[in-house]
Design a protein around this ligand. Structure first.
Ligand code: MN
Length: 260
């Protein structure tokens, strides 16, 4: 088994190192990831400038690692489209510093790296630790990640589907187990912050507090990790709102004619 590890926190982020280490007992491990932190850059594809790839010294023995100038999903694409010679069987993205739940998925470089993998018909798992702090501990999350990878659930997933795994920031013995969940509802607390540059022209930051969300709605990703469970959400790249599509069939749009 050949496992590709990526994520959006930068190739030397402690979460990537912990995940590469955790995957080693399962097979050969290769890391390809952005050289710098690209959290919340979404599923960005680099098309208008070259991509650079560099072999780097990685702190886990037996792991070949490469940094790229591209996005997380660029990194996965580079690996799968031929930069890495040996066929890749599984892509794991993470362990992210901070959760990827609810609407976070549209911003998430972690989940986008996994999206890129399923686009190329490869199984993918995304792992995030629900702890944003600099000194987050990845050991328990890495053990969980290895267990989820070992279960080989990804072999049973339909095309364009991945598993998004969020892990509560608890010691292993305090984690209550697994819950299969749906995406919950995030609450963003963003504020537009205006500053002035040295010439007196305004510029902006999207600032404000960290996102919160509804942890009371049972069965969601936000609820599960708040309750001390590992949250496993199957995510599909088909973003069609099927219920709305069905509803729209009753709107009489079929009788609409194009106005010329
Ligand atoms: Mn990140």
């Amino acid at each position: 088994m050949h496992i590709l590890v990526s994520n959006d926190d930068g190739v030397m982020a402690p979460g990537i190192i912990a995940l590469a280490q955790a995957m080693l007992p399962l097979g050969k491990v290769t890391v390809v990831a952005p050289s710098d932190n690209q959290s919340a850059t979404g599923h960005r594809k680099t098309m208008h400038k070259p991509l650079r790839v560099k072999r780097i010294k990685f702190p886990v023995e037996g792991v070949a690692a490469y940094s790229t100038s591209g996005s997380p999903s660029d990194s996965v694409a580079v690996a799968l489209l031929g930069y890495i010679d040996e066929p890749i069987d599984l892509i794991v993205s993470g362990i992210n510093r901070g959760p990827n739940q609810g609407q976070d998925l549209t911003y998430s470089g972690t989940v986008s790296a996994a999206f890129e993998a399923v686009i190329w018909r490869k199984p993918a798992l995304a792992f995030s630790l629900c702890d944003h702090s600099e000194d987050a501990e990845y050991e328990a999350a890495a053990t969980v990640a290895r267990q989820v990878a070992q279960l080989k659930l990804y072999e049973r997933l339909p095309p364009l589907t991945l598993l998004n795994v969020n892990i509560p920031p608890l010691p292993l013995e305090a984690i209550r187990g697994f819950k299969i969940t749906r995406q919950g509802l995030r609450q963003y607390n963003d504020e537009l912050v205006e500053r002035l540059d040295p010439s007196g022209r305004p510029y902006y930051w999207i600032g404000g507090g960290a996102p919160t969300g509804d942890v009371t709605e049972e069965g969601t990703d936000l609820w599960a990790t708040d309750q001390g469970y590992v949250s496993i959400t199957p995510i599909h790249l088909d973003m069609t709102a099927y219920a709305v599509m069905k509803e729209m069939e009753t709107w009489g749009l079929g009788e609409l004619t194009l106005q010329t």
